[in-house]
Every structure is written in C-alpha cells, then in structure tokens.
Design a protein around this ligand. Structure first.
Ligand code: GTB
Length: 214
C-alpha cells in the first residue's frame, strides 16, 4: 500500500532539511519503505481538506490505506513498530529506544524550539538581550546532560534506533546557532546520523523539492 506524507510545498528553510517531514522521510528510508510526498502550501494547510488529516493544520501527515496519522513522533513510532530496522527486538532495549524518542521530543527539543522562537519572533524586542542568555542556559543544561550520557558511545543505547533518529533530528535544529559545536561528542553524534545513507537520501529528496530556482 502506498505511503503518502505531506511536506511544505516550499519550505521556509529553502531545503536545509529542518522541517519535520525530514524525520519521517529518514525513518521511511531506514526501513526501506517507498513513499510519495505531497507538497502543501501554508494556505492549504489551514483549509478543511488538510485539517481533516491534521487538526492543527501542519505538516507532516502520513497516509497509508485507511490509516491517517499526524505528529512526527507518532508517525516515526508507527513506522518503527511496523518495519524492522529502527527498534531492537529485545523488549527492554526496545522500551529504552522508545524512551529516547520521547526524551528527544519532550525534554531536549522544547528549549531548542524556545531558542528558535526567540531568534525569530523576538529579534526586535527590548527584552531579547536579557532573555537570550536565559534561553541559551536552558539549552546548555540539556546538552550538558545529553553529552554526559552519550560520552564516547556512537549511539544513545547500543545500536542506532528510532531514539537516535529523533535525537539527531532535534539537535540538527541547533546547528545554525553554533551551540552544537560547543559539544564535540554531540557534534560527532549528529555527523554520524547525517552520514547514514538513509539520512542522505531523505535530505536529498527534501532538497530536490525545495531547491531555490536558478
Ligand atoms: N508537533 C508537531 C509534529 O511533531 O509533527 C509539530 C509540527 C510542526 O511544527 N509543523 C510545522 C508546520 O506545519 C513544520 S515543521 N508549520 C506550519 C504552521 O504551523 O502553520 C517546523 C519547522 C518549520 C520551519 C522550519 N524552518 O524553516 O527552518 C523548521 C521547522
């Protein structure tokens, strides 16, 4: 059955791979599932046809036969449950890999999003100078802890899993800030993720959709 996901018709990042469809593409590439991508404009995202797929009017969505999903975490989890390659067979190791998916989305990503929002939405606000160091401290607190856990391991818990896919995807959003470079082991971890053939295919596919003309 064909899998169809949605992505920005034209991503505001111009193909840097930071929009969340990249995470879904990467998961599908890791498990070797072919998929189609339907581009959606900002306007179409808020119209009834798309709201029927995604109540919050966002991308990505996932459709497969009569199953429709939204929320990147749920989509990647579904892919990882249905296909071999992203979750270990051992029940406890599997539970830990799922824990890392949640940790990426609910513990590490929020301060990173806060940093992005401060840069994007508060750049002209008088409080930014005071606010930014606090936001950066909150990001660093998580990175310090993650870096200490990872140490010199390749992946968070044994072999590469959906937990690493999600954590690397979350950390990639920090790249433009330069903060990742303060943590050599986390930088190397992200680079290992980016070097995976499945990530490269996912990245190239989203780039092909978003390449600036000319
Ligand atoms: N919790 C949801 C999930 O994980 O799936 C969040 C989905 C979400 O934030 N979707 C964004 C969206 O549809 C795109 S990915 N935004 C449009 C809207 O809300 O109207 C977030 C994103 C957007 C742009 C960049 N960028 O340009 O760098 C990076 C990430």
């Amino acid at each position: 059955m064909t899998i169809t996901i949605t992505a920005f018709e034209s991503s505001p990042d111009g193909g840097k791979g930071l929009a969340r469809d990249t995470r879904v593409r990467w998961a599908l590439e890791e498990v070797g599932q072919p998929y189609k991508v339907r581009g959606v404009s900002f306007k179409a995202m808020k119209e009834p046809a798309h709201l029927a797929l995604h109540p919050f009017g966002q991308i990505p969505t996932y459709q497969e036969a009569d199953l429709g999903l939204f929320e990147t975490g749920a989509i990647v989890f579904h892919i990882a449950e249905r296909h071999a390659g992203l979750l270990p067979d051992d029940a406890n190791a599997r539970a830990r890999a799922i824990t890392w998916m949640f940790a990426a989305l609910s513990t590490v990503e929020p301060p990173i999003l806060e940093l992005g929002n401060a840069r994007l939405l508060e750049s002209d606000k008088p409080w930014l100078e005071e606010h930014m160091p606090l936001v950066k401290d909150r990001v660093r607190a998580r990175l310090d802890q993650l870096s200490a856990h990872l140490g010199d391991a390749d992946w968070l818990d044994g072999g590469f899993s959906a937990g690493d896919l999600m954590m690397v995807s979350v950390l990639l959003r920090l790249k433009p800030s330069g903060m990742l470079a303060e943590y050599p082991n986390l930088s190397a971890y992200v680079a290992r993720g980016e070097a995976r053939p499945a990530y490269k295919r996912a990245f190239e596919a989203q780039l092909a959709m978003n390449k600036p003309a000319g």
